[in-house]
Write a protein that binds this ligand. Sequence first.
Ligand code: GLV
Length: 281
Amino acid sequence: GKDGVMCCLTDRIDAGLLAACPQLKAAANIAVGYNNIDLAACTARGVMATNTPGVLDDSTADLAWALMLATARRLTEVESYIRAGEWTGWRLKQWLGVDVHHATLGIIGMGRIGQVIAKRATGFDMKVIYSNRKRVSPDIEQRLNATYVSKDELLKQADFVVLQVPYSPETHHLIGAAELKTMKPTAILINSTRGGVVDDAALIEALKHGTLRGAGLDVFENEPRLNPEFLQLKNVVLAPHIGSSTEATRRAMAMTAARNLVAALTGGTPPNLLNPEARKN
Ligand code: GLV
């Protein structure tokens, strides 16, 4: 009985839901990723779908960086140690981590968020390499001091591999056993995009057997019921899908979704319309 819905990435907007809501004209996702929405099904029923690009780029890039730094310097591991009351004194070779500064950062997915992650690397004097479906323009490469390489080359060279591709059938298990084997054993993997881009079982094997140094993870397959083996590993930093979760950014996302919905329901064109063809149906 509703004309519009503001929905989250945990709500599936699919053929079944659309059939149960024949009055629906628009679905405004409060997220940039929209793999929870069956766009073809929406278009077939003339339902406009929208997302919230842009407003969360900086906050999501910050979280990817927080995971990089926390994993490199073992921040959650050492905090648990202090909280457990086990710190008895300073030692020269205690809790050695790895440097982020001057290391090689490999970004897979150089869209809006990937570019903001790269921008922050300048302050850390990092070498930035990236792979992407399409090479970005020379002026963006120059501004970010980023070099385009193949995914294979990136996996071989990077000390930190950050994933920032959207989830789709094409990116399902983009990082699996073979890709993890290609990475340096000293490397750290950051997944701050979507569960399913990484084969979590393969990642756990690599982390258990030391063929990968560590991982910083904000997203998981089958979240919130993540693979319980992650909880046994010391070389992971875990976060509950909070990439865009700051007060200002979640408000901006909600307002963007609201503007999209109002436009859709008042005869306008939503600024972030994902399926313009829906308006013709
Ligand atoms: C969060 O994961 C989003 O896609 O906005």
